[in-house]
Design a protein around this ligand. Structure first.
Ligand SMILES: [Zn+2]
Length: 122
């Protein structure tokens, strides 16, 4: 059987690991989990995506930003509640080829990176 194309979750932006139960419906699979299916990205996620790209466009080429800067700019009082949303949006932008995620200056795999990350235009 030929390998199936890789997919990225439409909510969290992590790689979706293929499961046998998806054999006949892989084309329709969009989310990695029931939790992600319930947390479909909405207008706030769209705004976060635009803000990430706008903030990076304002900086010098090769500059990085922290997801927290994006969350603070959009939600000054409740930014902590929006960190995972910003990180999810960033992972999806990596899948779209717009960004890379770095740790200590090295590009990392968004699906497995743990701890603080920084965002950089690709
Ligand atoms: Zn997911």
């Amino acid at each position: 059987m030929k390998p199936l194309p890789e997919k990225t979750c439409a909510a969290c932006g992590r790689r979706i690991e293929w499961r046998a139960k998806w054999r006949d419906c892989w084309d329709e699979v969009r989310f990695c989990s029931a939790r992600c299916r319930r947390q479909k990205p909405g207008p706030e996620a769209e705004a976060a995506g635009r803000m990430i790209l706008a903030m990076l466009a304002e900086r010098k080429s090769g500059a990085t930003i922290c997801p927290g800067e994006v969350a603070r700019k959009l939600h000054p009082d409740t930014w902590r509640d929006h960190m995972e949303e910003v990180r999810s949006v960033a992972r999806r932008l990596v899948a779209d080829g717009r960004l890379v995620i770095t740790q200590r200056g090295q590009v990392v795999d968004p699906s497995t990176a743990k701890g603080p990350i920084r965002l950089k235009l690709r």
